[in-house]
Ligand binder design. Structure first.
Ligand code: ACO
Length: 428
């Protein structure tokens, strides 16, 4: 029997259906709330209690530390799948057959060139520009060069936009980095796999042939998989809400990139390394910074600790911690900043403040460490996150379009002035 929630306001009772997800999650369906109560709304800043949609893409249970894409556990996917398979799985709902994967790969490769005129736009940015701002702008600029991508009313047209962005986004990301480093832009090599090609486009030297490193590329592949989707987080909700106005895929993604940039979201991986550098420069006293993080009068937070949803442990952090140890070991890297990271994590995991508030190292704590070990510049860390999150954003945007969701338009409770008569400037 379906469940019902009853709400009582001033003695009047209202009933609302409770919907149940496939993992026994319950949500009170308040679609009829304003209509039946005469305009009463809900208020939930930060949407901590609000479901914005029904989705069949990603399941996570923050208490149990579960993360699954389309039913498959993140642990198994990180171990057994490659990033392109995960892209297909997230976007189309099933793991691809060999033929489907081959076609998907071929279709992406066919679109892997970026219009030469895009280089002029890239050239217009100062070298010091943050790569996330540049990437968001270039993603938006792609619309001008691919005008058909905004017409996404059919699945076929959507597919075209999807393979285009999967193909061109790594090129833009790599070019953004190369411009900062004064390296000539690289066009990639379609004979390589998706992740190897990304690595080549980022790191190939103009006067040396590119030699792929399996350890590096496997680590990158895993990192991209771990970041590929995380249900209705800040950037994904942004992508869905922008897309809900029927803005095209690239415009929605450009907004999502901006949302991801913030240090409380994807920007955390960069913030982690910057924090570790600052601690090192200040003499490496981790206890001092643990004390600062606990001090309510100090705005300092331990970057890479805590998560809005995971209040037990972040399953991605577990996988990535192991991977970080392997990568650092295989590459023989010794880095004082990494020692500070280890020290901080050890102390914080035992400290009552962090234990009581369930603040554990999150995925960004360790991803920053691996990116650093792989030679990726700090300001590119969030771009790496965006490259991983791309299929998740696409899948969520596609789902929103196929479900014909209404335009996203939250309500508010107005707390400003009541009506007042206009005062002319001499009366103010
Ligand atoms: N360092 C110190 N104290 C913290 C931290 C931290 N990193 N995170 C949370 N707290 C404390 C808060 O001060 C608060 O304490 P109080 O109850 O005594 O007031 C309590 O823990 C709860 O914190 P909230 O901010 O309410 O938790 P919320 O779920 O809103 O925030 C967030 C989660 C934004 C991730 C937060 O933990 C944070 O700022 N972490 C650092 C930034 C970070 O690593 N972000 C990456 C997130 S993961 C991702 O985007 C992939």
């Amino acid at each position: 029997m379906s469940k019902i929630a009853t709400l009582e306001i001033d003695g009047n009772k209202y009933e609302f259906p409770i919907i149940e997800g496939t993992e026994n999650e319950f949500g009170i369906d308040i679609k009829a709330l304003r209509g039946s109560t005469g305009g009463v709304t809900t208020i939930d800043p930060g949407y901590k209690n609000t479901g914005s949609c029904e989705s069949a893409i990603t399941f996570l249970d923050g208490e149990k530390g579960i993360l699954r894409y389309r039913g498959y556990s993140i642990e198994e996917l990180a171990e057994k799948a490659d990033f392109l398979e995960v892209c297909y799985l997230l976007i189309f709902g099933e793991l691809p057959t060999a033929e489907q994967l081959e076609k998907f790969d071929k279709d992406i490769k066919e679109e892997s060139h970026v219009d030469e005129d895009m280089k002029k736009i890239l050239d217009g940015f100062p070298k010091s520009a943050h790569p996330m701002g540049v990437l968001s702008s270039l993603t938006s600029a792609l619309i001008a060069f691919n005008p058909g991508s905004v017409d996404v009313d059919s699945e076929e047209e959507m597919y075209g936009a999807i393979v285009k962005i999967l193909a061109k986004f790594p090129v833009l990301a790599a070019w953004t980095m190369r411009k900062r480093k004064s390296l000539p832009l690289d066009y990639g090599d379609n004979s390589l796999g998706y992740v190897e090609n990304l690595h080549k486009m980022m790191f190939a030297r103009p006067n040396q042939s590119y030699v792929a490193d399996k350890i590096v590329n496997d680590a990158l592949d895993k990192l991209l998989i771990l970041h590929a989707d995380h249900e209705q987080n800040c950037s994904t909700s942004t992508v869905r809400i922008v897309g809900s106005s029927h803005a095209g895929l690239f415009a929605s993604l450009s907004a999502g990139i901006s949302a991801l940039w913030g240090p409380l979201h994807g920007g955390a991986n960069q913030a982690v390394i910057e924090m570790l550098e600052a601690i090192k420069a200040d003499g490496g006293d981790t206890a001092k910074y643990i004390a600062k993080a606990k001090d309510k009068n100090d705005p300092f937070r331990l970057m890479g600790f805590g998560h809005r949803v995971y209040k037990n442990f972040d399953p991605r952090a577990k996988i990535i911690k192991k991977s970080a140890e392997e990568v650092l070991g295989s590459l023989g890297i010794e880095d004082p900043v990494l020692d500070i990271a280890k020290g901080l994590a050890e102390v914080a995991l035992k400290d009552e403040y962090f234990v009581k508030r369930k603040l554990y190292p999150n995925v960004d704590f360790y991803s920053g460490i691996i990116y650093r070990a792989l030679g990726i510049p700090t300001e590119m860390f969030t771009v790496m996150f965006a490259l991983g999150r791309l299929p998740g954003w696409i899948a969520q945007w596609r789902e929103m379009r196929l479900r014909k969701e209404p335009i996203g338009r939250p309500r508010q409770i107005y707390i400003g002035e009541n009506y007042r008569a206009f005062k002319s400037i001499s009366e103010r």
